[in-house]
Design a protein around this ligand. Structure first.
Ligand code: 0O2
Length: 212
């Protein structure tokens, strides 16, 4: 396929990613401006590279004309949270939005992949307006903690380095690291709930003092 044709196909996806990143960043802003804790720490987005789309299409035996329907992550959004509990809140925010229609969800948080990968994936339908009119396309939203993202980033670059031939001892190390990440996220959740408890009791005491 010619590069011009690819540009035409990918242009609405670039728009979708830009819009979605703006919208999620706005959620962070709304929380922070009202003095509330934001369950979203950071948002990132990308349009899949043509070479990666072709590679995935080949792997999944998808014809060129079916690429947009079959490759769900041409548009990709990554939402990073501080704590595991925040992930459920973000999922609820997405479920309640009228501009994002959920197609499917994959819970790799409670069902860790064999590699050790953990993340929550939502495929949405999202409508963009183009010169030719509205276009409904698919986008993948990955939601994970800072710690899960650390693991996935390192593992992804190792996958890239080794392709299909990652040595067994590295796979084992990565699985060990994934377990350590799980423990780290659990520990941080305990710290979080203790901070919340002490903040609540501080607020209650402050209110009592104010009432006197
Ligand atoms: P890239 O380079 O990040 O875009 P399926 O047909 O459902 O079995 P599919 O469509 O790959 O497989 O869906 P899945 O498993 O939900 O994975 C989608 C994306 O999640 C991947 O996109 C990765 O970004 C991420 N992911 C899934 N498994 C792993 C993993 O083991 N390690 C890391 N680091 N990331 C993972 P791409 O296109 O594979 O890669």
């Amino acid at each position: 396929m010619e590069i011009q044709l690819w540009r035409k196909i990918l242009d609405p996806y670039i728009l979708a990613v830009d819009e979605l990143v703006v919208k999620f960043n706005h959620i962070i802003k709304e929380y922070r401006e009202s003095g509330e804790y934001s369950p979203i720490e950071q948002v990132d987005g990308r349009v899949k590279k043509i070479s990666s789309i072709l590679e995935k299409a080949q792997k999944k035996k998808v014809n060129l004309e079916d690429i947009e329907a079959q490759i769900e992550d041409i548009a990709g959004i990554r939402i990073i949270c501080q704590f595991v509990e925040d992930i459920d809140k973000v999922v609820d925010i997405i479920r309640n939005r009228e501009d994002m229609e959920i197609k499917s969800e994959k819970d790799y948080i409670n069902n860790q992949k064999a590699s050790g990968y953990r993340s929550y994936h939502i495929i949405i339908y999202y409508k963009v307006e183009t010169l030719k009119g509205p276009k409904k396309l698919q986008a993948e939203i990955q939601i994970r903690t800072l710690a899960m993202n650390f693991w996935a980033t390192i593992e992804h670059s190792l996958q890239y380095k080794y392709k299909q031939n990652m040595p067994e001892h590295i796979k084992m190390r990565l699985l060990n690291a994934a377990n350590a990440i799980l423990v780290l996220d659990e520990e941080m959740s305990v710290v979080r709930s203790e901070i919340m408890d002490s903040q609540n009791s501080f607020n209650i005491k402050a209110n009592i003092v104010a009432d006197i």
